[in-house]
Design a protein around this ligand. Sequence first.
Ligand code: MG
Length: 302
Amino acid sequence: MLIPQTAYICEVGPRDGLQNEKKILDIDTKVKLINDVVAAGIKIVEIGSFVHPKAVPQLADTDEVAKRIRRSPDVEYRALVSNVRGVERAIAAGVTKVKLTVSASESHNKKNWNRSTQQVIHDFDDCIRLAAENRIEVSGAISTAFGCPFEGAIAVQQVVEIIKAFEKIGIREISLSDTTGMAYPRQVYEMAVTVQQLFPQNEWWLHLHNTRGLALANIMAGLQAGIIRFDASFAGLGGCPFAPGASGNVATEDVVHMLELMGVKTGVDLDKIIGVANVVTQQVEHQTESFILKAGKSKTLQ
Ligand code: MG
């Protein structure tokens, strides 16, 4: 089986995971979680979002979290922003990479950001300028890239048009997000092959939710197409407050476990990351969909 020998995991639990929780964790708890995933070997962490606190109250304190985390020089700490105000907050908090999200679906953009797709992309320009002036890196994300709960299937061409718009403003690192878990392996494979052929200079991330149990299969399809960067969330927390039926991200420990079995190096210590996931479930006070937290590692004998 031909798959890459190394893969990179971005821990998105502090952002995509916690934003969907009823219980709002305090700043110290968030800071410790971020420090602990880094101690487990995670090199890229999405620490929160600089969006309107009323839109996502769970992450209203990302500014303070960013200031208090222990910074490792070889770790990338990124945050989600939706406008210039978000970039300003990222600068003030010392965050050096931001992620701008647009939906592949017009209806989802309206629901999520209260703007049309064209407006969202148009507004990126100011964010890019401000970020560049302050030496902040910018990446892009395309949510509902594989399907939208309001519009149904999303054509590859729709996604390609957004990638072109990103390219025009200089964004070459792009996350293809299956926000509501509608993607399936063949679709992921074909999308991954297509975008890599059309935009060979870009860096790609897959952001997969396990809403319908297909996230790990989709990661396999991505790997087979040569994708090596995957978002995942501790304990499988997550969802999208603006998309009906959206449930957990693929669990970080499930991804690391699968990759480790296949000899794909992630640099993440599986036992340590399972430990973090266990702590997270205690903090949010409920069980999650993580397979490894329920069943344990396959190599652990009874
Ligand atoms: Mg998500």
